[in-house]
Design a protein around this ligand. Structure first.
Ligand code: UDP
Ligand code: MN
Length: 327
């Protein structure tokens, strides 16, 4: 076993003699004063714990966000500690892999073990969050990522918005902390399907700080597509520089896209005003306005690889985005 790196500190009253008042303290400092002091300290640490939950800090700091009802207000539980947390060669950062999800079970069975092994081999501390949309509205990839961001807790300091059907095959791909700006792993030069210059979909890494600076993603995109193009404009609007991989020689074979479009049909329907609205930048909404509830949270192991499934009920403002329903 490893020798403990922590040395037990000896406190003044642990010298073998039991005393109520440490000798260093003035006589006026009675047991009562000490008791009141402890109470105050306990209260302050509880207050700190409450405020330090990512979601709550975000709400409190903005002071304008609509509160997410129900359990999502509570401090999200942290994922269990992993073996790497004692090993400094893994570096100080920890990645939250945010996977927007609905009815892609077969893909998930491949994705979770693949990503866990891929990232572990690269010594990237990580936890995978499967953001399972369980309401009956149309799929909303961006709102799920906003919800996943708020639920991912304080132990992670950067995110990957990651499609469940896109598997990185080349181990040279960088998944490290994107200090300088958003890092688009699934670059148009490497993605098997999308090759336009402003594409930022598929897999995008951002520090939590930069994601907040963009106010997250817009919640107005229901159905397939365009939310990533709108996010490109948010990145630019926030004055951030976008980075992409360099020196990768595997071209369009860099990723495996587990997607048969005849089987996994894209919901490309455009209802009424959605035709025009899909091209607009959403200047008000985003991380600060996402409305959702976490129905349940399940720790899962897929072929030995850990992940957390969040069953998420999104809310839709039907006056603002009437195209969120199927009919
Ligand atoms: N997705 C999902 N269920 C759906 C639609 C989308 O889980 O019904 C998620 C999944 O992570 C998927 C991503 O959203 O990889 C992007 O959707 P899709 O693969 O349909 O788009 P593509 O990038 O292939 O055009
Ligand atoms: Mn796909």
């Amino acid at each position: 076993m490893f020798p403990s790196r922590r040395k037990a500190a000896q406190l003044p009253w642990e010298d073998g003699r039991s005393r109520l008042i440490p000798s260093g303290l003035p006589r006026k400092c009675s047991v009562f004063h000490l008791f009141v002091g402890c109470l105050l300290l306990g209260f302050l640490s509880l207050l700190w714990l409450q405020l330090s939950c990512s979601g709550d800090v975000a709400w409190a700091a903005r002071g304008q966000g609509q509160e997410a009802p129900g359990p999502s207000r509570a401090c999200p539980p942290e994922p269990p500690r992993e073996h790497w947390e004692e090993d400094e060669s893994w570096g100080p950062h920890r990645l939250a892999v945010l996977v927007p999800f609905r009815e892609r079970f077969e893909e998930l069975l491949v994705f979770v073990p693949h990503m866990h092994h891929f990232l572990s081999k690269k010594k990237i501390q990580h936890h995978i969050y499967v953001l399972n949309q369980v309401d009956h509205f149309r799929f909303n990839r961006a709102a799920l990522i906003n919800a996943g961001f708020l639920e991912s807790g304080n132990s992670t300091d950067y995110i990957a918005m990651h499609d469940v059907d896109l598997l990185p095959l080349n181990e040279e791909l960088d998944y490290g902390f994107p200090e300088a700006g958003p890092f688009h792993v699934a670059s148009p030069e490497l993605h098997p399907l999308y090759h336009y210059k402003t594409y930022v979909g598929g897999i995008l890494l951002l520090s939590k700080q930069h994601y907040q600076l963009c106010n997250g993603m817009s919640n107005r995109f229901w159905g397939w597509g365009r939310e990533d193009d709108e996010f490109y404009r948010r990145i630019k609007g926030a004055g951030l520089q976008l980075f992409r991989p360099s020196g990768i020689t595997t071209g369009y074979k860099t990723f495996r896209h587990l997607h048969d479009p005849a089987w996994r049909k894209r919901d490309q329907k455009r209802i009424a005003a959605q035709k025009q609205e899909q091209f607009k930048v959403d200047r008000e909404g985003g991380l600060s306005t996402v409305k959702y509830r976490v129905d349940s949270r399940t720790a899962l192991s897929v072929g030995g690889a850990p992940c957390t499934v969040l069953n998420i009920l999104l809310d839709c403002d039907k006056a603002a985005t009437p195209w969120c329903t199927f009919s």
